[in-house]
Design a binder for this molecule. Structure first.
Ligand code: SAM
Length: 272
């Protein structure tokens, strides 16, 4: 597990590990259009599970989507009738968000210090973003912003490693980044990871889904992950040339079937 850190200016980080973590948290801003065009969204079944576990419909709910990025999750919440405000620290991601979802408000800020009044939100969501926060700060901030009887929901699209080609590709990525020891940062997606303080009682749900995309989309999706965005251009180009060869052998038609398990964690706050 990584030590979650705040996304301060990388230049101000005090250790090489903090600087690297911070650079990765910021890395999406330079690749926001690539991110928006190629990253997977989230399946309807995830939002059904979210409604079941929070015990309320999304329609009409006051939702704050934190680390909203380009708005992939925000768009789904908005379509379901939620009254959503997005929070995003990065300038590049927020610009892309405003381009794709001009009717949804987005404010600059991060999960460790939410720029919002207390006790108003029914639901706080973090799609693929909680791991960039410092839970020692983000948990109390979530509790401050949520109304009594509200809920905090965290989720991640994770690669389904029981699918052989996905496991092989993941091993190639691990080898490419052997110097970073990525296996040490694999997350358990359990309550201990999300809230080391143990304040919140998370319920865990897994939702499997898949999508078929052109190989170029798959490679650009992979390339929009922070490890590649902070790799050198030469190393990344060499990796992707090789990866394209491997995947064309597995998918001669040039269409790739990506399979994901969405890990959803939901914690409800006390009614009083
Ligand atoms: C992997 S992207 C997820 C974006 C979007 N939620 C989605 O589902 O596609 C991670 C996002 O978290 C943002 N982020 C970085 N540090 C953060 C923090 N401390 N609190 C909240 N969001 C943060 C990044 O700027 C980026 O937009």
């Amino acid at each position: 597990m990584t030590t979650p850190l705040t996304p301060d200016d990388p230049a101000a980080a005090t250790t090489p590990a903090r600087a690297h973590h911070s650079a990765r948290a910021h890395s999406f801003n330079a690749a926001a259009a690539q991110y928006a065009a190629n990253r997977p969204s989230y399946p309807p079944a995830l939002f059904d599970a979210l409604e079941e576990l929070t015990g309320r419909p999304l329609k009409g709910a006051r939702v704050v989507d934190v680390g909203a990025g380009t708005g992939l999750a925000t768009a789904r919440l908005h379509e379901r009738g939620a009254d959503v405000i997005a929070v995003e620290p990065g300038a590049g991601m927020a610009t892309e968000f405003r381009r794709t979802l001009p009717g949804v408000p987005v404010v600059r800020g991060n999960g460790d210090a939410l720029p919002l009044a207390g006790h108003r939100a029914d639901l706080l969501t973090y799609a693929q973003a909680w791991h960039w926060t410092d839970p020692a700060l983000a948990v109390p901030e979530a509790l401050r912003v949520l109304r009594p009887g509200g809920a905090l929901a965290l989720w991640w699209n994770t690669d389904a490693h029981d699918v052989p080609w996905i496991a092989e590709s993941a091993r190639r990525v691990d080898r490419h980044f052997a110097h970073l020891n990525l296996s040490a940062e694999k997350r358990d997606f359990d309550a201990r990871f999300a809230d080391p303080t143990g304040t919140l009682g998370f319920v865990h749900r897994e939702v499997r889904w898949s999508r078929r995309v052109p190989l170029d989309t798959h490679l650009a999706n992979l390339g929009s992950h922070s490890v590649f965005l902070t790799d050198t251009e030469e190393r990344a180009a060499a990796f992707f040339a090789e990866e394209r060869r491997h995947l064309l052998a597995a998918f001669p038609t040039g269409r790739v079937e990506e399979t994901y398990d969405v890990h959803l964690l939901v914690a409800r706050t006390p009614e009083t």
